[in-house]
Design a protein around this ligand. Structure first.
Ligand code: EPZ
Length: 421
């Protein structure tokens, strides 16, 4: 297993561009199952989760051609409508093939994704709405077994906001009979991007980006070409890499509006941020104030930036109260930050961060999940001395060569195969 070694204490400077959004690319690739033929996706990031998605699509009889960030999917009728455990366990988002397969072919057998480090990650808000649209769904031997001769539109009210649930049901509803209305739908930019792609395929969708989305089913969809939106979580992570080192970093190929919650909080903390059409710049800052955050569905503060923001708050003046409202176990980076000298008290879903600039010292740390690993890299950039981040396969699931992007900004960061040092 590779490790990342960081020698901290250097202010980052320069310009860096984000890659395509992981959390847009995954549902987009699965939406191709709704229409046989050749789909072309551009700006697809090179990530382990994308590799896992390719594995599953190939298993479902798709032909895949990847050239750089272009991903060509030729969808053919699957020989088997089964998404097996050994593929799904690698990536929970594989559950997003359920809606498309069920809607297009009338049945699907998908392994239950199971939980992960940050929480139990149930899928009841995927299953119940599909039942409401007329599907028969059984859970047997760790698999979701779904059948529906034809889904029929209905009004679905999500009891809580779910990104994946909204995506799965929106995709399924494109081929249902009649109109489906989703209430309390997720409003993330990735939902909007998926709806834009589905409409290019011939779907009839309105309201994407709001909490009420209506879909008028059609008989069939056709393939299309689509460019994946920039990754807002990577953009926020790169912005924080400049901020936490007291540097001056401009992040390009991003959508400032998609990270408005982070921009607002960083400005509240005292950072001078400039924004343009497709870029955000953080200017050098010697001291910043602690601010509180509560994670929430978009447009609230993204849970996927909570760990990275916590790293920033360990260097702030004062005390920050960080409340994780989305996932039940998304503070595993706290223990590792404490090992680097941070002063954090955690009580259930609340972490109280007593900031102190310059208190972090380099250490051997362990990544536990995707965004926790990004947090530890950011902490290493600010720490005095050498930090070794272990188990960075977590990082590779969701960041496209992050260490190369940080090197471009002057960071002393290297990737090494474990045991080679
Ligand atoms: C998506 O996960 C993202 N993943 C996550 O990003 C992100 O953290 C999350 O949305 C919230 O924004 C992808 O898009 C691939 P949810 P998802 O359904 O869809 C509960 C990252 O780091 N829930 O919006 O799985 C759930 O337990 C990853 O890139 C149910 O109770 O998240 C959670 O508490 C991590 N029943 C809350 O809803 C369900 O059926 C939000 O989950 C589904 C979800």
């Amino acid at each position: 297993m590779d490790v990342i070694i960081i020698n901290g204490g250097r202010a980052l400077a320069g310009t860096v561009a984000t890659s395509g959004a992981k959390n847009a690319a995954l549902p987009l690739l699965f939406s191709s199952l709704l229409a046989e033929g050749e789909h072309i996706y551009r700006n697809v990031p090179r990530l382990k989760d994308i590799d896992s998605t390719e594995l599953l699509l190939r298993h479902l009889n798709c032909k895949i051609q990847r050239t750089g960030n272009q991903f060509k999917v030729s969808v053919n009728r699957p020989d088997s409508l089964v998404a097996p455990y050994d593929i799904v366990r690698k990536m929970r988002a594989s559950i997003l093939c359920l809606g498309p397969l069920l809607a297009r072919y009338g049945k699907a057998k998908v392994s239950l994704p199971g939980g992960c480090a940050i929480g139990s990650r149930p899928i009841n808000l995927h299953i119940e709405p599909l039942r409401q649209l007329g599907a028969t769904i059984d859970i047997e031997n760790g698999y979701v077994i779904a059948q529906a001769s034809k889904l029929v539109g209905d009004k679905i009210v999500f009891e809580k906001v779910t990104v994946g649930g909204t995506e799965n049901i929106m995709m399924a509803a494109t081929l249902a009979r009649g109109i489906t209305v989703l209430e309390n739908a997720a409003m993330e930019p990735e939902i909007v991007d998926l709806a834009h792609c589905l409409k290019k395929m011939g779907a009839r969708i309105e309201g994407e980006g709001s909490s009420v989305i209506s879909i008028k089913g059609v008989d069939e969809l056709h393939p299309c070409e689509h460019r994946v939106i920039p990754d807002r979580i990577e953009a926020g992570t790169l912005l924080i890499s400049g901020a936490i080192t007291g540097g001056d970093v401009r992040v390009e190929n991003c959508v400032p509006a998609d990270i408005q919650a982070l921009i607002t909080k960083m400005r509240e903390s005292g950072f001078d941020l400039e924004t343009g059409q497709d870029w955000v710049r953080v200017k050098a800052c010697d001291e910043w104030a602690a601010v509180d955050i509560d994670t929430a569905p978009h447009p609230g503060f993204p849970t996927d930036l909570q760990a990275q923001f916590m790293a920033l708050m360990t260097q702030a003046r004062g005390t920050s109260v960080i409340t994780e409202q989305i996932f039940e176990n998304r503070f595993m980076h706290v223990q590792e930050l404490l090992r680097m000298g941070a002063n954090i008290t955690q009580k259930s879903q609340v972490a109280i961060v007593h900031g102190n600039r310059g208190e972090l010292s380099g250490a051997q740390v362990m990544a536990t999940d995707l965004r926790a690993s990004a947090c530890l890299v950011l902490a290493g950039l600010a720490a005095t001395g050498e930090t070794v981040v272990n188990r960075i396969y977590h990082l590779d699931r969701g960041y496209d060569h992050l260490e190369k992007k940080l090197q471009q900004l002057g960071a002393r960061i290297e990737r090494h195969a474990e045991g080679s040092i």
